[in-house]
Ligand binder design. Structure first.
Ligand code: FAD
Ligand code: SF4
Length: 503
């Protein structure tokens, strides 16, 4: 049996969940397809062993790397997508990120829209995702009004570090965070199991809580869980999509609609388009440019822990400060290095995954004396970094990180800062070429159909009723967390659909 809706949204993460919420206000009959299920609210949500050793919530799927070796990507298929597990650091891109910027390894390309175009949608996205922060301290903050909520206060230990950072001549600023009513009854309890964990009490601003659940309150929105889009089907001309084939409860069902939003995340959206090749689109759907799946980016990210044997770290919620002094240029270089942010507390189990032979008690003693940071730099779009689909349907990710020099310089600079804070030792770890947490860029937007797959409203140049609204559209990765930008663009695209009566 074929079912019919007015709009089909595929994926329920930052892009899809926000789209669903925005379009739920219309009278359109909306179907959200999500390949995973709801993450249950259970004790394991906050159990480091369940999350990090048993990988309870991570997909079992295997992808192949450039060499053809199988690996289990650090990604999550469930209602809310990866936002369920994010650290909820919700940054606006810097104004310069929308412009062409010279980096050491090449130019980070301009976006087809400027900061001012997205600013009103950032404001709405910040309200939707309850963002907390403070304007004034961040030297790279783009022009903006106040945050909807006060920043999360620093713990005593982090407040001391912030003061010492200022004494070093740096400009530490409150990290913009999406946590709901911290400290209030039923609100966020500011625990130490936030980043990479699901929030057991639904106090994290993520796409299930802020997007899907409110959308489902409306009678016109339907969610199918465990429903995986397998193939998009066009009319004979190839100009319009007519249906999607969905694998659900062991069977394939066809669902028709006049409008489609693909929001499966940067890797899976590209894979779905490639798998939907047909006579009119032999290289993959909407792929006349040849760019679908190419220009994969994921940020260069290094976790860093400052360790001092005689200083116990009493902070529970640690992730409250950022340093953007080197975002636009380094102390010794006229090109950008990137962004530094405090991270959630490391748990012994997390460290033991990296070097398993050291006993857990030793790690626990270690991490109790550590303060955690993340150094993050921009990687540049390259057509050689790409997602493809193997003949057996498996995803292949070829990713050779570039722009490494500035990242090394940023890590070195962060190490210097931490040593000046008195830490004896700085431990570092990076996911390298299997980094998928900040995946983006595989279905990029732009004005020129030869150089982009989507137009500036994320509509496919080649297929008039197909929109791709997730991290895929990024022409460059910038060096702050991507989530708020995905949500802001989703709100912009939804407005565009409503204004043009597409919905
Ligand atoms: C541990 C972790 C921490 C992070 N921390 C931050 C942070 O602090 N701040 C930040 O901004 N970003 C953070 N990120 C990144 C952020 O989560 C992603 O950038 C964001 O979720 C991407 O949104 P998306 O809509 O592109 O994809 P996703 O949110 O991943 O959503 C894609 C959805 O599509 C579904 N799907 C995929 N294929 C199909 C299919 N064929 N059919 C049906 N459904 C499908 C998936 O199951 C998923 O629900 C973090 C990521 C991780 C993993
Ligand atoms: S209670 Fe707050 S800090 Fe803990 S997981 Fe939920 S949102 Fe994160």
């Amino acid at each position: 049996m074929t079912e019919h809706y007015d709009i089909i949204i595929i994926g329920s993460g930052a892009g899809g969940g926000t789209m669903a919420r925005a379009l739920s206000e219309t009278s359109a009959r909306i179907l959200v397809l999500e390949r995973g299920d709801f993450v249950p609210q259970e004790a394991e949500n906050w159990d480091p062993d369940a999350v990090w050793r048993q990988l309870r919530y991570q997909t079992n799927e295997e992808w192949l790397d450039a060499a053809g070796r199988a690996f289990r990507p650090y990604t999550h298929y469930n209602v809310g997508g990866n936002t369920k597990f994010w650290g909820s650091v919700l940054y606006r891109l810097r104004r310069e990120d929308f412009q062409a910027v010279q980096h050491l390894d090449g130019v980070s390309p301009a976006w087809p829209i400027d900061y001012e175009t997205l600013a009103p949608y950032y404001e709405r996205a910040e309200r939707l995702y309850h963002v907390r922060g403070e304007v004034g301290d961040d030297p790279t903050e783009p022009p903006r009004g106040p945050y909807p909520h006060e920043p999360v206060p620093h713990s005593t230990g982090m407040a001391e570090i912030v003061e010492q950072l200022r004494q070093q001549g740096l400009h530490p600023s409150p990290l913009p965070l999406g946590v709901i009513r911290p400290g209030e009854p039923d609100g966020c309890v500011l625990c130490n199991t936030c980043n990479s964990f699901a929030c057991k009490i639904h106090a994290k601003s993520e796409a299930e809580v802020c997007g899907i659940r409110p959308a489902l309150q409306r009678p016109n929105v339907t969610l199918w869980t465990n429903a995986r889009a397998r193939r998009l089907v066009t009319d004979p001309s190839g100009r319009r999509l007519v249906a999607v084939d969905v694998e659900r409860n062991g069977a394939t069902v066809r669902v028709e609609a006049p409008l489609f939003v693909v929001a499966c995340g940067a890797v899976n959206s590209a894979a779905l388009l490639l798998q939907s090749a047909n006579d009119r689109h032999p290289g993959g759907l909407a792929n006349a440019s040849g760019l679908v799946g190419k220009r994969y980016m994921a940020h260069l990210a290094t976790m860093m822990e400052g360790f001092h044997p005689f200083r116990r770290n009493a902070t529970v919620f640690q992730k409250t400060v950022a340093i953007n002094d080197f975002y636009l240029r380094g102390p010794k270089a006229d090109y950008p290095l990137g962004h530094i942010q405090a991270q959630g507390r490391t748990h012994g189990v997390m460290a033991q995954i990296v070097v398993p032979w050291i006993p857990l008690w030793a790690y626990e003693a270690w991490v109790a004396r550590g303060v955690d940071w993340l150094a993050m730099s921009e990687d540049l779009p390259s057509v050689d970094n790409r997602v493809t689909v193997e003949p057996d349907g498996r995803i292949r990710l070829r990713y050779q990180p570039n722009n490494l020099g500035p990242h090394r310089a940023l890590v070195k600079e962060t190490e210097r800062i931490l040593k000046r804070l008195g830490f004896w030792l700085v431990v570092k770890h990076s996911h390298g070429s299997r980094n998928t947490t900040h995946q983006c860029g595989t279905v990029c937007f732009g004005t020129d159909p030869r150089q982009s797959v989507l137009d500036p409203f994320c509509r496919a140049h080649d297929v008039e009723n197909l929109f791709v609204v997730d991290a895929s559209f990024f022409p460059s990765s910038a060096a702050v967390n991507p989530g708020l930008t995905i949500a802001a663009q989703a709100l912009r695209v939804a407005d565009h659909m409503i204004e043009h009566d597409l919905s």
